[in-house]
Design a protein around this ligand. Structure first.
Ligand SMILES: [Zn+2]
Ligand SMILES: [Zn+2]
Length: 266
């Protein structure tokens, strides 16, 4: 059965030291038919500079050719979306021939949710912090045009500093629905990010209720990604994510060519 890990980092991201080939071999060993390398670019974060694509492209092209009988590799990127950087982000996506773009919110109002955790969450109630996150996410959808799926759409709940960080969909229904509808209207998907199994929530980003809601509202574009930064984490819980898709009513998983979704039966 077809299986694809659509969120993998390599040593070209500053937070990974894994050679691209090691990530690739691990994915092949775990039975992946296709993977997307999605190294980071975040303009507001001091921590995720643009990869050196002059060094990146020869390595990527060589590996794509070398392993073409074993796996298909997609040229992707994970861009930290922020509406204040929309022009710069749109210029980046126009410059490189990415096949697949994850747009994620790592920074909100210039604060990195992980590295600047105290600055972002410190002065805000949980309700304020989570609502602001989705307000900004909505603005990002309106201003950053070229992404394919929104990454880990309820990511704010990973780094909250509250007694209970979980994001209960029913409490944030209005703003979450507004974002999901905007994504659907613009032909954008979401991903199931399985890194939550490695970050202590024993689940995915987003949770099942948001996934179901995206489908219920008419959304059809869905990918699954491990968000691995180490070879041992590639393909992690992808089969679980595919089961979630089926349970939420999806009949197809998406792959991307030239930023356009193609649909493969689940
Ligand atoms: Zn991310
Ligand atoms: Zn990532």
């Amino acid at each position: 059965m077809f299986s694809a890990d659509y969120h993998i980092h390599t040593g070209f991201s500053i937070d990974s030291d894994a050679p691209m080939e090691a990530m690739l071999l691990s994915a092949i060993n775990k039975g992946m038919n296709e993977i997307a390398f999605t190294d980071h670019v975040d303009y507001d974060s001091k921590y995720y500079p643009e990869p050196d694509y002059d060094s990146y492209m020869p390595v990527f092209n060589e590996l794509k050719e070398k392993y073409k009988d074993d796996i298909n590799i997609v040229f992707g990127v994970e861009i930290g979306l922020e509406n204040k950087w929309a022009d710069k982000i749109n210029a980046l996506t126009a410059k490189y021939p990415f096949d697949f773009i994850i747009g994620s919110s790592h920074c909100v109002l210039t604060k990195d949710l992980y590295f600047d955790q105290k600055e972002y969450f410190g002065g805000r109630t949980k309700k304020e912090a989570y609502t602001t996150y989705f307000d900004e996410l909505y603005k990002n959808i309106q201003t950053c045009h070229d992404f394919c799926v929104y990454g880990h759409i309820d990511f704010v709940s990973r780094y909250g500093m509250y007694e209970d960080n979980s994001l209960n969909y029913s409490e944030y229904k209005d703003i979450t629905d507004k974002c999901l509808i905007a994504l659907i209207d613009k032909g954008k998907g979401i991903e199931i990010n399985t890194s939550g199994f490695r970050y202590g929530i024993n689940g995915t980003y987003p949770s099942m209720d948001i996934l179901k809601r995206y489908r219920e509202l008419g959304g059809e574009i869905i990918t699954a990604g491990s968000d691995s930064h180490r070879p041992e984490d590639t393909a992690d819980h992808i089969d679980y994510a595919y089961d979630m898709m089926r349970a939420a009513g999806f009949r197809y998983v998406s792959v991307f060519r030239n930023r356009k979704p193609e649909f493969i039966k689940l």
